[in-house]
Design a protein around this ligand. Structure first.
Ligand code: GUN
Length: 290
């Protein structure tokens, strides 16, 4: 039997639930609106934002992408965010990261109204997640990993979890979600990072190993406990001279050697990626009151 966690199938299930919530909102005269802001022409961001917008439109959202030039001053971006905060057509606002180097990402994310912060990056929502207050928005990628684990029947209560990476978008919120007291959490969480001594020894204790540090194929078979659940959040472009583009995408897990040892494992692509969009649209429906 396959040990793959099918992120595309689970995301499709969530999209179907979201579609029903959109229909219920529309019956009350509300069309959920999601606006994207992209600054500059980062190729990966172009692809991600257009995928998110396309899916939002398919599910009946009102959606638009605003593109600002790379040279935009930070104050110009903040002014745009303020005007969207007070525009009732938009229930969700997403500022795609990474931003140009002259901008302070934390300042920009803090300008989005917490009520429209469907990315869950505003300090108020970060704080609510830490406090276990369910009225906030949970960041989409770690929220998606949580749903994958729940819907795949992985035991969380009492599980030893190792999160590789301490970024604000995945690692830290992932640890916050899983350490909470309550149903579908209650894990013992270790966060490993570039300052950790003997990462492999921590990994080998994990019932659930979540790789989100952005190092191509870092997790090898000898770092994985037999039967562990392995979640690969990584998206890394590496040189690949024989391919048409000269590069290819790999995760943070050396999939071919880890798969036989894992109990369950996410493929990459087709694992975590589709879940990020599913959680974004689900958050946006909630922001719209659905
Ligand atoms: N860049 C990479 N992941 C994300 C995300 O989840 N949200 C935003 N806004 N930017 C990102």
């Amino acid at each position: 039997m396959s040990n793959l966690i099918d992120g595309r199938a689970i995301a499709a299930q969530i999209h179907s639930e979201t579609g029903q919530r959109v229909a219920a909102l529309k019956a009350r005269g509300v069309v959920p609106g999601l606006v994207f802001i992209r600054v500059g022409e980062d190729p990966a961001s172009q692809v991600y934002v257009s995928m998110k917008e396309k899916r939002a439109e398919e599910l009946g959202f009102h959606s638009q992408t605003l593109v600002l030039p790379e040279t935009t001053r930070q104050e110009g971006l903040l002014e745009l965010i303020r005007s969207l905060n007070t525009d009732s057509r938009w229930h969700g606002i997403l500022v795609q990261a990474p931003l140009p180097r002259h901008m302070d990402q934390a300042v920009v994310f803090a300008e989005v109204s917490p009520a429209k912060d469907v990315d869950g990056f505003h300090p108020l929502n970060v704080g609510k997640l830490m406090l276990g207050d369910p009225t906030g928005f949970v960041p989409c990628t770690p929220g998606g990993v949580h749903e994958l684990l729940i819907r795949s029947g992985v035991t969380l209560d009492g599980a030893e979890v190792v999160v590789l990476g301490r970024g604000n978008i995945v690692g830290k919120p992932m640890a916050s979600i899983l350490v909470q007291k309550g149903r579908h959490a209650n894990c013992t969480v270790t966060v490993c990072h570039s300052g950790t001594c003997d990462i492999a020894a921590h990994c080998r204790r994990a019932d659930i190993l979540i790789a989100a540090m952005g190092v191509p194929e870092f997790v090898k078979a000898d770092m994985v406990k037999p039967g562990a659940t392995v979640i690969d959040v990584g998206v890394n472009r590496v040189p690949h001279p024989t391919s048409r583009m000269g590069t290819r995408l790999v995760g943070d897990v050396a999939f071919a050697e880890v798969q036989p040892k894992a109990g369950l494992i996410t493929p990459n692509p087709g694992g975590v990626g589709p879940m990020t969009i599913a959680m974004l649209l689900s958050n946006t429906v909630r922001a719209a009151g659905g």
